[in-house]
Design a protein around this ligand. Structure first.
Ligand code: DMJ
Length: 658
């Protein structure tokens, strides 16, 4: 090596001589010779670069990978979530986002620190031999920037805000609150025992067919695993044998209470009740999502109260309801999406100022029922005002954008229109609110009928080549997309329920067509389980009706299809619906069962060996298994649909005047 090279300690020359050698033996020797010709500093710098390279691939790359993977998992769960854009998301709740962001930053910081420490150690050694060692600053670690945009938060622009509508007169619309408050579902004894409304003895010996027994066995497996590894926590992670925390209220227990009753599992119900009595507290310094905790926890407690008459469930429901009330302190009456259970501080989701339309509109069944059992009008009042407000907003074709602003009370006009994520239960509750009131709340029914007309005109299409009827979306409220979330499969059941309650015959025809499509979304997959999202082919001559993108191919153990099968079976008596449910149940058994640990969501319904997502959603126990059990039941008195209306989380609530 020349003296010129020696002077420049940062210049490294390994290559210039190599090309003069042309056979491999001499190449190896030349490398060794070239290495020897380097100064110690140059050798050290090369070593450090190699180590840095190894650290990058050893730590940073996996970090990036797992980060993406974690994002995938986070966005795929709970109500639902997909990652491509907001139109593809289910309920992206605040807790998920906060926890995800926090984990991500902590993880990357931890990795950066670890890599830095290791490099410093190496540098210390190098420096011991070389006073002129190259300094290594933290900037040189190639950590990818983490931006909020990776969370796919909805863009919010000024022009997205509609002009505030003039306030409306409460009496114009409902006027039922006082009627119902005047007659709370009384009859409660001093000791808090209130007879169940149907006088059904859920814990008596009962005859079950083999299909029901199979569902009970599935439930027990999952319950046992939850009890062993996640008791008192929100949800079970069946693969890692641990738990996840969301609201920190033992969500799986609360969501499962009435399933335990319906399945007649006395021992398990008693232990759940004991936990509620002794352990459950809502006094948590924690922000919760109003919608999710209402449909799952409040709904579960209310149902448990109605089915058993145990006053503890009413007391806990009241406590929770009181803690949720601050959400409704907005000028517009559209509630904030989140509230701190202890401090009562309510706020918009941390990803933007808008709430999801389905979330703000899916509260009235539960809040009415709370008023009904406590005699306190305030719960029904606040939820009724939301409903009145939504009724008064302009809704072309009765269809609603999926975002609404709690401050202004207006829809975001550029938002997608869908009966899937963030839109779904708005439509479901329009019908069910009317049914709950003994068909008194006509504004709600009228909005529902108008919306179904809008669905038929704007969203229903047929696929190619087999003409499957499906429900698409309007992107930005305008552009048709042939995309259908599995969540939309609640619709056949809701349409059938409406028809059963006197709505037009074409509702039932559409219900049957859509039911068939939802079933096909299962039957055509390798696992016989539906993906989270399906696209439908509309091109003439297309070879296959369904298109499933790789990132949409997961299955979260969702209930909507088996829920609709229950309604279709009950109203038509056609055994094919029960058979379809049995096929779906068997597919859950085959592909989502984690040996000895219950069930898990899976990543790919198109693979015969799908990997687990390590999550047992509480709605699998609250909804999916309950609906399957009822579908297979021959007992007409088990939760008759003229006496109960199911909330969107499958918690049965009494129909007034029934
Ligand atoms: C449940 O929490 C409810 O059914 C909700 O309405 C939609 N998402 C899940 C089930 O898929």
């Amino acid at each position: 090596m020349s003296a010129a090279y020696r002077k420049d300690h940062l210049t490294i020359n390994l290559g210039t001589d190599f090309h003069s050698y042309d056979n491999s033996k001499t190449k190896r020797k030349s490398l060794i010779r070239a290495w020897r010709r380097l100064s110690r500093l140059q050798r050290s710098v090369i070593c450090m670069m190699l180590i840095l390279g190894m650290l990058c691939s050893g730590y940073i790359v996996p970090a990036i990978y797992s980060d993406y993977h974690m994002m995938d998992n986070q966005l795929d769960t709970v109500g639902t979530r997909n990652r491509l854009n907001l139109h593809d998301t289910d309920r992206l709740n605040t807790k998920d986002q906060l926890e995800f962001e926090k984990n991500k930053l902590e993880k990357i910081e931890g990795l950066k620190k670890k890599a830095r420490e290791q490099l410093q150690g190496i540098m210390a050694k190098v420096n011991a031999g070389h006073k002129k060692a190259v300094p290594f600053g933290k900037d040189e670690l190639m950590v990818p920037p983490v931006g909020k945009d990776r969370l796919m938060v909805p863009p919010v622009g000024k022009d997205n805000v509609l002009v505030l509508q003039p306030p409306i007169n409460d009496d114009d619309i409902h006027g039922r609150a006082n009627e119902q408050i005047a007659a709370p579902d009384g009859g409660e004894d001093e000791d808090g025992k209130k007879p169940s409304i149907s006088n059904y003895d859920y814990f008596k010996e009962r005859k079950e067919n083999s299909q029901q027994k199979a569902v009970v066995s599935a439930f027990k497996d999952a319950w046992k695993a939850y009890k062993t590894y996640a008791w008192g926590h929100d949800e079970l992670k069946p693969v890692s044998k641990t738990h996840s925390t969301w609201f920190d209220v033992g969500l799986t227990i609360l969501d499962s209470l009435d399933t335990l009753v319906v399945l007649g599992l006395k021992k398990e119900f008693e232990e759940a009740k004991e936990w509620v009595q002794k352990e459950l507290t809502f006094d948590k310094d924690r922000s919760v999502n109003l919608f999710e905790i209402t449909i799952r926890a409040l709904g579960g407690l209310l149902s448990a109260f109605h089915l058993t008459g145990e006053s503890v469930f009413k007391e806990k429901a009241k406590d929770l309801g009181d803690r949720l009330m601050p959400c409704f302190n907005t000028e517009s009456k559209v509630p904030y999406s989140d509230v701190n259970l202890r401090t009562g501080k309510a706020r918009s989701p941390n990803w933007g100022p808008d709430s999801s339309t389905s979330e703000v509109s899916t509260l009235l069944l539960e809040f009415c029922d709370l008023t009904h059992i406590t005699g306190d009008p305030k719960y029904e009042d606040v939820a009724t005002k939301v409903s009145q407000h939504l009724h008064a907003l302009p809704k072309p074709n009765g269809l609603v954008p999926i975002f609404i602003n709690a401050q202004t009370g207006n829809f975001r006009p550029s938002a997608t229109i869908t009966l899937g994520a963030r839109g779904d239960s708005y439509y479901e509750y329009l019908l069910k609110q009317w049914i709950q009131t003994g068909k008194k709340l006509d504004t709600s029914k009228d909005d529902y009928v108008q919306a179904m007309e809008g669905v038929k005109e704007k969203l229903i299409r047929k696929s190619e080549p087999n003409k499957l009827t499906f429900v698409g979306e309007l992107l930005s409220g305008r552009t048709f997309s042939p995309k259908m979330d599995h969540l939309v499969c609640f619709l056949p059941g809701t349409l059938a329920l409406g028809h059963h309650n006197g709505l037009p015959d074409d509702h039932m025809e559409l219900a049957k067509e859509l039911m068939n499509t939802c079933y096909e979304m299962y039957r055509r997959m390798a696992t016989k389980l539906s993906p989270e999202i399906t696209y439908f082919n509309m091109a003439p001559g297309a070879p296959e009706d369904l298109i499933v993108k790789p990132l949409d191919a997961h299955n979260l153990l969702r209930p909507e299809t088996v829920e609709s099968l229950l309604y279709l079976y009950r109203f038509t008596g056609d055994k094919k619906y029960r058979d379809w449910g049995w096929q779906i149940f068997q597919a859950f058994e085959k592909y989502t069962k984690v040996p000895g640990m219950g069930y898990s969501s899976i990543n790919n319904v198109k693979s015969l060996k799908p990997s687990f997502k390590d999550k047992l959603e509480s709605f699998f126990l609250a909804e999916t298994l309950k609906y399957l059990y009822l579908l297979f039941s021959d007992d007409p008195n088990l939760l008759p649909l003229d006496k109960f209306v199911f909330n969107t989380e499958a918690h049965p609530l009494p129909i007034y005047n029934s």
